[in-house]
Design a protein around this ligand. Structure first.
Ligand SMILES: Cc1ncc(COP(=O)(O)O)c(C=O)c1O
Length: 303
């Protein structure tokens, strides 16, 4: 049990280095570096959603706690999006508004994982996914994957199957993938899900880039497959699609027992807190900012 000034053993297990070793090697070669794993937004949110337009006078209760489940009108807008984008009428009880996919994944891992549990993490991956799993005392099991998909003879199912042990509890799938941009095809997803079903794994599908693709057809979603619906939790975010990287919202796709927590602090809330002379941030503003998003995703294809 760590006491001041020590922190938990799990926190120590999180490595700050995922791509920095690679970066050092590239620098030594004088290579040009493009940090593709940093999925920050390059655009501003629609005007109505920008912080300066969130007037207290126009939003009664703006600085009160937001509903725990999420603002009803925001949930309506999200259900409408899912209906139009995926032709799927979701039950609103399956949706939980959170303060970004990072916080959502963190809370879900906290609920699902016990220390020592293993999570299959196809690599390369969004660096925070590994740290989130590790801080819960679970083990992110890296499986070289996205960069091997074009290799002759690469067997998706065997690669994952070989990494399964009796401690494996979940499979994390990120498509379109950060940092490779790879969009998984139907056959690959089916192979991955066969492993998940065979071993009764949770499926954590990270849909952060669902609206960033270059093919004519949008990528289909892992969570839509009827045969894994019961075990799947999907993470959506406004960060990339709507230019909200500093003001985060996501959902979960499954009824979970314990209440969800809000983690992190969106930029507008932090600056509001600074103005208020407070060191804490209030997430309420987040829900209101999000409601102002015009219906329908802003397409960022071919940007
Ligand atoms: C794959 C992936 N998932 C989740 C996130 C984080 O999403 P959010 O900004 O909603 O926390 C990122 C951010 O770069 C990402 O690349």
């Amino acid at each position: 049990m760590p006491r001041f000034p020590n922190v938990s053993e799990h926190a120590h297990s999180v490595s700050p280095r995922v791509y920095s070793d690679l970066e050092q090697r590239a620098l030594a070669n004088n290579d040009e570096i493009y940090p593709l794993h940093i999925g920050d937004t390059y655009r501003d949110p629609v005007a109505a959603a920008q912080a300066e337009h969130q007037l207290s006078a126009e939003h009664p209760g703006l600085h009160r706690y937001a509903p725990v489940h999420g603002e009803p009108s925001l949930i309506d807008a999200f259900l409408d999006y899912i209906d139009r984008r995926y032709e799927e009428a979701l039950d609103r009880e399956l949706v939980q508004v959170m303060s970004g996919a990072t916080a959502g994944l963190s809370v879900v891992c906290q609920v699902l994982l016990e220390p020592g549990d293993e999570v299959l993490l196809p690599s390369p991956f969004w660096p925070l996914s590994r740290g989130i799993i590790a801080t819960k005392g679970a083990v992110p099991v890296q499986v070289p994957f996205y960069t091997r998909l074009d290799e002759r003879g690469f067997d998706v199912e065997a690669a994952l199957e070989d990494a399964v042990t009796d401690r494996t509890v979940a499979l994390y799938i990120n498509t379109p993938n950060n940092p490779t941009g790879r969009v998984l095809c139907d056959a690959t997803i089916s192979s991955m899900l066969r492993v998940a079903k065979r071993h009764n794994l949770w499926v954590l599908c990270d849909e952060a880039y669902e609206e960033i693709y270059f093919d004519a057809e949008p990528p289909d979603a892992v969570w839509k497959r009827a045969d894994v619906r019961d075990r799947t939790i999907a993470f959506h975010t406004l960060s990339k699609t709507y230019g909200f990287a500093g003001a985060l919202v996501r959902r979960r796709l499954r009824e979970m027992g314990p209440p969800m927590l809000h983690l992190g602090a969106p930029g507008p809330a932090q600056s509001g807190s600074r103005e208020a002379g407070s060191s804490f941030s209030n997430m309420t503003r987040l829900s209101h900012a999000s409601i102002e998003v015009e219906p329908g995703p802003v397409s960022v294809r071919h940007a």
